[in-house]
Design a protein around this ligand. Structure first.
Ligand code: AMP
Length: 115
């Protein structure tokens, strides 16, 4: 989508610290990390949020959750101690960028409940 910052990152039109890429997914370091390891995992395809996913996106989301995130957690060294995956959705969910993204956070003990 033309004005979407994460589409531009996926298309390498603006720089990011990429940590993973395949045909359908990219992952890059969050600009304002909330943990020692804080990566955003996004589909290259523009999907606004979890609420905008369609039947045809099932394989893509499954790929992100089943393949990419566990593999990245291993690569970043946070698999053993544990990590958190967050998909902020909509206004009260705290979503500021309207392109589906999964925060992968680790490297410190996470608090619960979230603020
Ligand atoms: P959310 O609030 O869940 O929509 O998360 C958006 C995240 O994107 C925030 O954690 C921002 O720090 C991050 N962010 C915004 N712009 C960029 C960028 N150009 N590169 C990396 N991370 C970004």
């Amino acid at each position: 989508m033309a004005d979407c910052i994460f589409c531009k990152i996926a298309q390498k039109e603006i720089p990011s610290k990429l940590v993973y890429e395949d045909d359908t997914v990219v992952a890059f370091r969050d600009l304002e990390p909330q943990a020692p390891q804080h990566v955003l995992v996004i589909p290259k395809k523009h999907v606004e949020s979890l609420l905008a996913l369609e039947e045809e996106d099932k394989a893509l989301v499954s790929h992100i959750l089943v393949d990419v995130i566990p593999q990245l957690a291993q690569k970043l060294g946070i698999a053993e101690k544990g990590f958190r995956v967050v998909a902020n959705t909509g206004e009260e969910g705290g979503q500021t960028v309207k392109h589906l993204h999964f925060h992968l956070l680790g490297g410190r003990s996470m608090q619960w409940p979230p603020g």
